[in-house]
Design a protein around this ligand. Structure first.
Ligand SMILES: Cc1ncc(COP(=O)(O)O)c(C=O)c1O
Length: 402
């Protein structure tokens, strides 16, 4: 395993988020306190039972707590799909650890990996550091970020071990539709390739209805055994601070392989964190928590859309349908702006934080910035107002991309 290169998005967030006045680079739905979480509980008697204060703080159940795995198994079993046993879920410290463990368990030098792109850098950099040859399956702005299935088929080789998807997609907020997912898993099954889908932004669908034929189910429910999904409490469930994520697969052998890799990195996840996660995913809480976040996403996206329409001389996008992020291209006189200079000057002068796309997602994304619009509405509103003033006063002086 070679030393990893810097993780550009995480470094940018670390450098700028503590000083941001208006963080509209945030990818989590506005985070909640434990008090607020309790207030979302529909049964007032259960609202007081988040933490078991009498529980002794030993390592706890090594693969994850029974209540949390039971709740996750229920979520993946619903809607007529075949049931998923709690033993087919492994709890991890966030989805970042879940993804790492899957790669660490499955990838060896000489493997080939195809990764949906643009996406969270971890998903293609970690397999490369483990010695895999990685090809990027590009979704392109001109196709509304929908990647081409024929291109995927042409990329696959004899030694392709894994196809990596990110659905809904960070940074574009688009989804891989059901018909495409079915094609992917049917093709992967015919070639005996495992599919990993990072689904941390599920189930935050705010611009596509569950009755739409394109509505994407979890990749776990498409009938192919060699699929793995990773998920998290951070984004759709507003609880990044508890650091709880998971790996789920219908293939118990894959779960066993991941458990072996997990033994070297995790031992177990905090009992307290898992109690909070189990409470948030319980039937008394999950609906109001998700309802809050879908409303928040819709309301804030409307504010962002108004901004984009007002500035359509400079901005273009494909409006997101899911998740928390929009990928917006900023230009002047038909040329992309220097996104890094833009984000730095904006934060310096106004305290508004955005993330430059060419820095976080690859040099080819000239002029792009990622906007995380599901933070608190007052932050998004005031942040966009500051951005509007900046556009009027400073935008003309920004350098263009080389
Ligand atoms: C696609 C994707 N996967 C995984 C993660 C990591 O999330 P977690 O907080 O669950 O570790 C992120 C965080 O931004 C992400 O965007």
């Amino acid at each position: 395993m070679s030393p990893p290169p810097p993780f550009a998005v995480e470094q940018w967030m670390d450098k700028y988020e503590t000083t941001a006045k208006y963080n509209i680079a945030e990818t989590c739905c506005a985070s909640v306190s434990i008090e607020e979480l309790a207030s979302l509980c529909e049964s007032k008697t259960n609202a007081t039972s988040i933490l078991d204060l009498s529980a002794v703080q030993h390592y706890g159940e090594i693969r994850g707590s029974t209540p949390l795995r039971a709740n996750l198994s229920r979520l993946y079993s619903s809607k007529g799909g075949s049931p998923l046993a709690p033993d087919n879920v492994l709890i991890t410290p966030g989805a970042i650890a879940a993804n790492f463990i899957v790669f660490y368990a499955l990838i060896k030098p000489g493997d080939h990996v195809v990764c949906h792109y643009p996406t969270y850098q971890q998903l293609y950099t970690v397999p490369a550091t483990l010695g895999a040859e990685v090809d990027l399956w590009r979704s392109k702005a001109e196709n509304k970020w929908l990647p081409d299935f024929d291109e995927l088929k042409a990329m696959v080789k004899e030694n392709t071990r894994l196809i990596v998807l990110n659905n809904p997609q960070n940074p574009t907020g688009q989804v891989l539709p059901k018909s495409l997912l079915l094609n992917i898993v049917e093709f992967a099954e015919s070639k005996n390739i495992t599919v990993l889908s990072d689904e941390v932004y599920r189930p935050l669908f705010h611009g596509i209805s569950p009755v739409n034929v394109d509505f994407p189910p979890s990749t776990l429910s498409l009938g192919y055994k060699n699929t793995i999904v990773t998920g998290s409490m951070s984004k759709a469930y507003s609880l990044a601070g508890i650091r709880v994520g998971w790996i789920a697969s219908r293939n118990s052998d894959i779960i066993e392989q991941c458990a072996v890799a997990r033994d070297y990195t995790t031992i177990s996840v905090s009992q307290l964190d898992q109690q909070v996660a189990a409470f948030a995913l319980s039937p008394d809480v999950i609906h109001s928590l998700l309802g809050r976040n879908i409303q928040l996403a819709k309301a804030n996206l409307e504010l962002l859309e108004r901004f984009i329409i007002k500035h359509d001389e400079y901005c273009s996008w494909t409006k997101p349908v899911a998740g928390t992020t929009a990928f917006v291209k900023f230009e002047r006189d038909g040329k992309p702006i220097d996104a890094e200079a833009f984000c730095k000057a904006l934060q310096d002068k106004t305290g508004v934080m955005l993330l430059p796309g060419n820095h976080g997602f690859g040099a080819e994304f000239k002029g792009y910035v990622r906007i995380g619009y599901v933070n608190r509405t007052d932050i998004v509103k005031e942040g966009l107002e500051e951005l509007r003033k900046f556009m009027r006063k400073e935008y003309d002086d920004l350098p263009l991309s080389e």
